[in-house]
Design a protein around this ligand. Structure first.
Ligand SMILES: [Zn+2]
Ligand SMILES: [Zn+2]
Length: 380
C-alpha cells in the first residue's frame, strides 16, 4: 500500500480567565501560535491541540520546516512554549537545559500523540464538555418532574376508581326476605343421518363412495434458466485516512493509504434448475351413517320468594335425560338504622348458607357505593 503524508495546521483554545470577568478568553488560535492571538497570554500548560475538519494544509516552506522539526518545549523558568528549533527561550532568554528540566521536573517537551483513522479530536474537549454537562442537568430535572407528575396522576386515578367501585362500608342489616331460582335442560336422544370422511364411534355406516378429498403436488419436469455470475473485481485504488499524529507543536500529520476499490461485475453465466410441479387429485371414501345425538327439547324453570326451593316438576320419558342444572339463592336484607344511604339490598349465596338464615337475623353487610353487597358477616 502506497502511503502519502499531509501536514495540517491544528488549533488550540485560549482558557485564560480575565481578572475582571468570569468568562474565559476562549479564542481559537492557530496551532503553532505560542501565545494567544487575542489576549496575548502564554499557550496554557498541557495545551490540547485538535484538528478541525476544515484544517489548513501546510504548504509554506518555513511552516513545513517547523512542523517537521518536532514537538515544542516549555521553558522551565517562565513556562513559555518554544519551537523545537530554538535553543533559548524567546520570552525570557533562558537557555534550554534538558538535564536540569528533568532534575527540577519542570518544563520539558510537549507530548506527541498517535491516533487511529478518524480518532483525532476535532474540537476543544474542555469547553465542549462543560457545555454538554450544563444542559443535561436542567433537562434531566425537567424529565424527573414530568415522571413524578405522571406517577401522581396515575395514583390519583387508581385511588378514585378504588373508592368509587371497590371500597366497601359496613352496614348493620337484618334479613327481611328470600328469593330463589332453579332451572334445568331436558334432552332427547334421536337418530340422525350424517356424512364425513370417517364414521365416529357409535355410528352405523349406510353408504360409502369414492370422492376427491384434495390434491397433491407431483414433480413433472425441470426447466433450465441461465443466471449471471457476479464477482468483485478490483478496478482501482482510493486514498483513505489511515492515522494521524499530533506533532506536539500545533500541527498534525495525517497519513493517507491506498485502498483497493472493488466493483461487482458479471464474469459469466451458469445453468440453474427450476423444478416444475403439477397438481394431482387425491381420492378417499366419503361415508353416510346413522348416529344417536342428544337434542335439548325443554328448559323448565321454577322460582319463588319463600324459604323452600323446589326443582321444576318434569317427568322424564324414555330416551330423555337431564342436561344441565342451574340454581341461585338470594337473601334480601335492610339496614337496621333509618338514616342509611341504602334501601333493601340483595346478596346471593350457597344453598346451605341460604337455608341457615332466619327471618330477622342480624348481620354486618360489606356494601360498595353502588349497593352491591360483597359479604354478609355475623355480628361481632
Ligand atoms: Zn486569549
Ligand atoms: Zn522562558
Amino acid at each position: 500500500m502506497a502511503k502519502k503524508t499531509v501536514f495540517k495546521e491544528g488549533k488550540w483554545r485560549c482558557t485564560h480567565i480575565d481578572l475582571s470577568g468570569e468568562e474565559a478568553c476562549n479564542f481559537e488560535n492557530r496551532g503553532p501560535a505560542l501565545k494567544c492571538e487575542k489576549c496575548g497570554k502564554h499557550r496554557p500548560k498541557n495545551v490540547e491541540f485538535y484538528l478541525p475538519d476544515n484544517a489548513k494544509i501546510i504548504r509554506d516552506k518555513d511552516e513545513l520546516y517547523d512542523a517537521k522539526a518536532g514537538a515544542n518545549w516549555s521553558c522551565m523558568h517562565c513556562n513559555y512554549d518554544n519551537k523545537a528549533t530554538s535553543d533559548t527561550c524567546v520570552h525570557c532568554d533562558t537557555p534550554r537545559d534538558t538535564e536540569y528540566e528533568k532534575w527540577i521536573n519542570l518544563g520539558g517537551e510537549l507530548s506527541t500523540k498517535s491516533y487511529a483513522a478518524g480518532q483525532a479530536p476535532k474540537s476543544s474537549k474542555t469547553l465542549k464538555q462543560k457545555a454538554d454537562e450544563y444542559v443535561p442537568v436542567r433537562s434531566r430535572l425537567k424529565k424527573y418532574l414530568k415522571i413524578a407528575a405522571i406517577a401522581l396522576g396515575v395514583i390519583l386515578i387508581i385511588w378514585f376508581i378504588y373508592a368509587q367501585f371497590f371500597a366497601t362500608s359496613e352496614v348493620e342489616v337484618k334479613v327481611v326476605g328470600y328469593s330463589w331460582e332453579r332451572s334445568m335442560t331436558v334432552e332427547e336422544e334421536r337418530t340422525v343421518s350424517e356424512e364425513g370422511w370417517n364414521v365416529p364411534s357409535g355410528g352405523r355406516q349406510k353408504r360409502r363412495e369414492r370422492k376427491q378429498s384434495g390434491t397433491k403436488e407431483v414433480y413433472d419436469h425441470s426447466e433450465w434458466d441461465e443466471e449471471p455470475i457476479y464477482e468483485d473485481v478490483m478496478v482501482g485504488t482510493q486514498q483513505v485516512e489511515c492515522g494521524t499524529v499530533d506533532n506536539g507543536n500545533g500541527t498534525f500529520e495525517t497519513q493517507y493509504c491506498d485502498e483497493p476499490v472493488y466493483e461487482s461485475q458479471q464474469t459469466g453465466t451458469r445453468e440453474v434448475e427450476r423444478k416444475i410441479y403439477r397438481d394431482e387429485p387425491v381420492y378417499d371414501y366419503w361415508y353416510t351413517y346413522d348416529i344417536e345425538r342428544w337434542f335439548e327439547i325443554a328448559n323448565p324453570k321454577s322460582s319463588g320468594s319463600n324459604h323452600t326451593a323446589k326443582w321444576p316438576d318434569y317427568k322424564l320419558k324414555s330416551k330423555e335425560r337431564i342436561g344441565s342444572e342451574y340454581e341461585s339463592y338470594t337473601v334480601l336484607v335492610e339496614p337496621i338504622s333509618g338514616d342509611s344511604d341504602f334501601g333493601t339490598l340483595t346478596y346471593e349465596l350457597s344453598e346451605s348458607e341460604w337455608n341457615g338464615m332466619d327471618m330477622g337475623e342480624i348481620f354486618i353487610a360489606k356494601v360498595r357505593k353502588s349497593g352491591t353487597v360483597k359479604a354478609l358477616l355475623p355480628p361481632n
